[in-house]
Design a protein around this ligand. Structure first.
Ligand code: GRF
Length: 200
């Protein structure tokens, strides 16, 4: 059974969706540890309530790689096979990425490469796109950049605000994160250039 490590900084709704999928047997893995750079993250509290290992490693004042070494050590301690970023608001160092090659996933609330970075839903509304969506991708050392595992479109409606669009996208995030984890845990995928190709 593979072991997941979840990294989060806040609310943790994607973490909860993953935990629900694990509990329901929709993901053949266990959650080994939930780790946050913010001690006050709601997701940590939820993890504790669910009886999971919840660890806080504050990042304040630490050099990026010094911090990442602490996080990687914690993930190793819990024998994590796959790292899932779920609203983890930090860029990973090259060191971290090298420690888990093609073993770190992130979810982003847009159809990448459109609207990377903060407030992707707001960016989409401002730009006036008619379709946005969400993306689960492998993490490299660049922001919202690595090979794409799963993407799904979400319509932008005329009356949308940041909140209504975010909510519609979030529903899909919760669905595709489970799907992407299953793809990566299965044996049937390979990388061709930037393309994640799943065997049929
Ligand atoms: C999500 O919109 C995710 O795509 C982005 O940050 C948000 C985290 O939400 N990376 P939650 O903490 O999972 O509820």
């Amino acid at each position: 059974m593979k072991r997941l490590g979840i990294l989060l900084s806040g609310r943790g709704s994607n973490f909860e969706a993953i935990a629900d999928s694990v509990e329901a047997g929709r993901i053949p893995a266990s959650i080994a540890v939930v780790l946050s750079n913010r001690p006050e993250a709601r997701g940590l509290e939820t993890a504790r309530r669910r009886g999971l290992n919840a660890v806080s490693i504050p990042s304040k004042g630490l050099d990026r790689e010094v911090y990442d070494r602490l996080v990687v050590a914690e993930l190793r301690k819990h024998e994590v096979d796959l790292v899932c970023l779920a609203g983890f608001m930090r860029l990973l160092s090259a060191y971290f990425v090298r420690e888990f090659p093609l073993r770190i996933l992130n979810i982003h609330p847009s159809l990448l490469p459109a609207f990377p970075g903060l407030d992707a839903q707001h960016q989409a509304l401002e730009h006036g796109v008619k379709i946005s969506g969400c993306t689960v991708h492998f993490v490299d050392e660049y922001l919202d950049h690595g090979p794409i595992v799963v993407q799904t479109p979400v319509p932008v409606l005329d009356g949308d605000t940041d909140e209504t669009l975010s909510l519609r996208i979030l529903k899909e995030e919760h669905r595709i994160y489970t799907e992407a984890i299953n793809v990566v845990l299965s044996a049937g995928w390979r990388i061709e250039g930037r393309r994640v190709v799943t065997a049929r």
